[in-house]
Ligand binder design. Structure first.
Ligand SMILES: [Fe+2]
Length: 412
């Protein structure tokens, strides 16, 4: 861990807009996670914030940053126009003030136009959680443990957004936000996957058939990041497994998938099981690189903790932990989309249904209870926090109404 102070009260919040392009910062910039009492060093004292920094985090994307209170004077000085700064320095050194320089005819150096991006260069991230995740994961300064903690907090914050969605427009927006978060991370950390992600994701924006693939990939990657899995290969594998786990259904009669999961008869269910092996056959004959970790994730995406899954009835702790995350993401989207029982659900309702499945038995049905209970711990805490916040807003509003009424009565 770093030696920076972790007391959030030692930091002062500043506006992102106060920062200046191409001017050296004479103080360090931090990100403070107030809820979790956690601080990370974002930019070191002496860094120059160049155009690409402002493009990446500019307005609306990153609103605040923090400085340590001991560097407040340096920050105030940084805000002064340059001639004021010279004056201050001269006074403090008892030197005669420099004459203001003659204005030269030379034009101010213009900020260079951004160079034409390399063909493979991804666009700058739009989602603030993604921008910070990418910055932290690519940083050589941030220690490994800290990378995991920060990435985990950011992933949980995105999970929080989709957990507290309502049905309707807001729901679509929140899920879109989560998908964009994962897409941007993948584009930036996983160059091997660029073309696959781009193509499938872009097709998915217009092709509803691909929605399940993208959602499974999205939830799988968010779970993995929240568990502190930050190795690029792991994230890439989970994303690929999410996108391609069901590709084998193209070899099957699609009518098999018409009835909901609950309403399918045994014969149909048995036929459907073959899609797992079809998927692996297709992938092994494709140019996509399949390592054993990715193969396991795909092979186990319908296995269950109680051994009643398919195709190999693997049981208990023999199941691969990462495959369990893909499995959880897959089931989540099957329930959410309505494939499970014919009625679409919110993520909150989906988790309640999975809770019931796991509670109904003496032995957990679907997932390793250690993994599932951890996910539930995050999601339940978040829902509570949100409820408390909404309740506080509601009480605040009611109080304001009473005050307003009182004032009106007095005035009349
Ligand atoms: Fe499947």
């Amino acid at each position: 861990m770093s030696s920076i102070s972790q007391s959030v009260e030692d930091y002062i919040k500043i506006d992102f807009e106060q920062l200046m392009i191409n001017k050296e910062i004479t103080f360090s910039l931090y990100i403070v996670f107030i809820m979790n009492n956690h601080v990370i060093l974002f930019k070191k004292n002496g860094s120059i914030l160049d155009e690409s920094f402002f493009k990446k985090y500019g307005k609306k994307k990153l609103i605040h940053l923090w400085i340590h209170h001991s560097e407040n004077e340096a920050f105030k000085k940084y805000l002064l126009p340059e001639e004021e700064e010279n004056k201050e320095e001269a006074v403090s050194k008892n030197e005669p003030l420099k004459e203001p320089q003659e204005a030269t005819l030379e034009p101010e150096p213009e900020i260079a136009e951004p160079s034409i991006p390399e063909p493979e260069e991804p666009p700058p991230p739009e989602i603030p959680e993604a921008a910070i995740t990418i910055e932290v994961l690519n940083s050589e300064e941030v220690p490994e443990e800290e990378k995991k903690e920060v990435t985990s907090e950011l992933a949980k914050s995105v999970l929080n957004k989709i957990m507290n969605e309502d049905q309707g427009e807001n729901e679509k927006e929140q899920r879109k936000y989560a998908k964009q978060f994962v897409k941007e991370i993948l584009e930036n950390i996983s160059s091997d996957m660029n073309h696959i992600i781009k193509e499938i994701w872009e097709m998915g924006e217009t092709d509803p058939e691909l929605e399940h693939a993208i959602n499974t990939s999205t939830y799988g990657v968010i779970f993995a990041l929240a568990f502190g899995k930050i190795e690029k290969e792991t994230i890439t594998n989970i994303a690929t497994a999410g996108l391609l786990h069901d590709i084998g259904v193209v070899k099957m009669n699609l009518d098999l998938f018409e009835p909901s999961m609950k309403d399918s008869d045994l014969q149909t269910k048995n036929k459907i099981t073959q899609h797992v092996t079809h998927t692996l056959e297709i992938l092994k004959n494709s140019p996509i690189k399949i390592d054993s970790a990715l193969e396991t994730m795909i092979l186990q995406h319908h296995e269950k903790f109680d051994g009643t899954g398919y195709p190999n009835q693997i049981q208990g702790f023999q199941l691969d932990d990462l495959a369990q995350l893909v499995n959880m993401a897959n089931l989540m989207d099957e329930i959410c989309s309505g494939y499970y029982d014919g009625t679409p659900k919110t993520i909150e309702e989906t988790f309640s249904i999975i809770d019931e499945m796991e509670k109904d038995r003496s032995f957990p049905e679907n997932f390793n209870p250690e993994i599932f209970s951890e996910v539930r711990r995050w999601t339940k805490n978040m829902a509570n926090e949100e409820e408390i916040e909404s309740a506080a807003i509601m009480v605040g509003k009611q109080a304001q109404d009473i005050i307003n009424k009182d004032l009106e009565e007095k005035a009349s």
